[in-house]
Design a protein around this ligand. Structure first.
Ligand SMILES: [Zn+2]
Ligand SMILES: [Zn+2]
Length: 411
């Protein structure tokens, strides 16, 4: 089978593994695990991959692993030197499922509400389909099965464990389902595709006292309010509208009674940016504004930041390759350009800091539903059209083989 014939038949290859993909997805959905340790999910994936010509590597920080497939074919230059990484995340969220599905979560307080069950199942399907064509596969595929995406930095831990070092991928790709896009429609963009996400903390320390005689204390509440306002002025006046940021103070805590001035106030919030430069600028401004407005009133302001995920940035060439593969496999209607980045965050960003690649969404709105009003990701009633997983498998295979065959050269 030639490479062109192979590309033409990825949909057929995906259909032949579809039943197994659905079975695996449902098994994972019914038994969700949260965080960096997802041992039952890892065991299910390994069982599904048993007997395939794959090398397995794991680290010590998570139950994630990579499975390596070394193809025996040659690329356009007559070589076999490229390595491509495909990633599927496998962790669930701490929430109670309310879908009413036959295979709904059997674990109280845990739910696959972000579709990672389907991502893992699609990646297993792609591994099966690609292994079946191993002889003509013109390079190496690394399948990255990753826990701890939902805020636990799983991708970063796997990189720190050395799992992306040998073989080091030359390109990396990931798919994320979306119940708010028409089923089977792929969407992504060049450059920034998702935001950074950091948690902001501040404490304003004044002096408590009698509310009728505020001059006897040092009231931290108006200082905290002034800081919140100043932060919004900063975002509106010092951050470029063409490289925007969102800063939301979401929690203010102070006080115990109507007649008591509290000794301190605390602030909690989130910062989202679309570039590392703006992110760094906003970190410095947050600390500066908290410390100096507090100091201006004679109080003490302390600010600290829990660093979350970096900005997810698609390589221009990789995003083009993703689009071309989607059109090849799913038709012209199978791709929709993403106009604006999404202010959510994704830890595939760590992989894309190390390896050029692309992250894309694939629509999974259930049949007969309205994508605009479907329960979104992270909702207790989120469901997907499982049929989309066959398309996702085909797209994974097409993206991987297209890169192995020709690198980032178009056409
Ligand atoms: Zn999520
Ligand atoms: Zn997700």
């Amino acid at each position: 089978m030639s490479l062109d014939e192979m590309a033409a038949d990825w949909r057929g290859a995906a259909d032949s593994v579809f039943d197994e993909v659905v079975t695996l997805r449902r098994a994972i959905h019914a038994d969700p695990e949260i965080g960096l340790q997802c041992p039952r999910t890892s065991a299910r994936i390994k069982a599904a991959l048993a007997g395939l010509p794959l090398e397995f590597r794991e680290g010590t920080s998570t139950t994630g692993f990579v499975a390596i497939l070394r193809g025996g074919g040659i690329d356009r230059t007559g070589g076999n030197g490229r390595t491509v990484l495909l990633r599927g995340d496998m962790d669930a969220l701490p929430m109670q499922e309310e879908t009413g599905l036959d295979f709904a979560s059997g674990v109280p307080g845990a739910m696959h509400a972000c579709g990672h069950d389907s991502h893992t199942a699609m990646l297993v399907g792609a591994a099966k389909a690609l292994c079946a064509r191993r002889d003509v596969l013109p390079g190496t595929v690394v399948f990255m099965f990753q826990p701890g995406e939902e805020g636990h930095h799983g991708a970063r831990f796997m990189i720190e464990d050395g799992l992306l070092a040998d073989p080091a991928p030359d390109a990396a790709f990931a798919l994320h389902i979306s119940p708010n896009h028409a089923s089977g429609v792929v969407t992504t963009r060049t450059g920034t595709v998702m935001a950074s996400a950091d948690t902001l903390h501040a404490r304003i320390v004044g002096r408590g006292g009698h509310a009728a005689m505020p001059q006897g204390g040092l009231d931290p509440i108006p200082v905290a309010c002034e800081i919140v306002t100043a932060l919004q002025v900063y975002i509106g006046r010092q951050v470029s509208v063409s490289d925007p940021a969102v800063l939301s103070i979401t929690k203010i805590t102070a006080g115990t009674a109507h007649n008591v001035i509290p000794g301190e106030a605390t602030l909690l919030g989130t910062l989202r940016t679309l570039s590392e430069a703006t992110r760094v600028q906003c970190h410095a401004a947050f600390v500066r504004i908290v410390e100096n407005i507090a100091a201006a009133h004679g109080a003490v302001g302390e600010a600290w930041i829990d660093t979350g995920y970096p900005v997810t940035v698609n390589d221009v060439r990789a995003a083009v390759l993703m689009r071309e593969s989607a059109v090849e496999q799913l038709g012209e209607d199978g791709f929709e350009p993403m106009i604006h980045p999404i202010m959510g965050a994704e830890d595939f960003s760590y992989v894309l800091q190390a390896v050029p690649g692309a992250f894309a969404f694939i629509g999974a709105a259930p049949v007969g539903s309205d994508p605009a009003t479907n329960p979104p990701l992270h909702n207790t009633r989120m469901t997907i059209d499982e049929a989309v997983m066959a398309k996702g498998v085909a797209l994974h295979c097409a993206v991987a083989t297209r890169f192995l065959e020709r690198g980032f050269e178009a056409g």
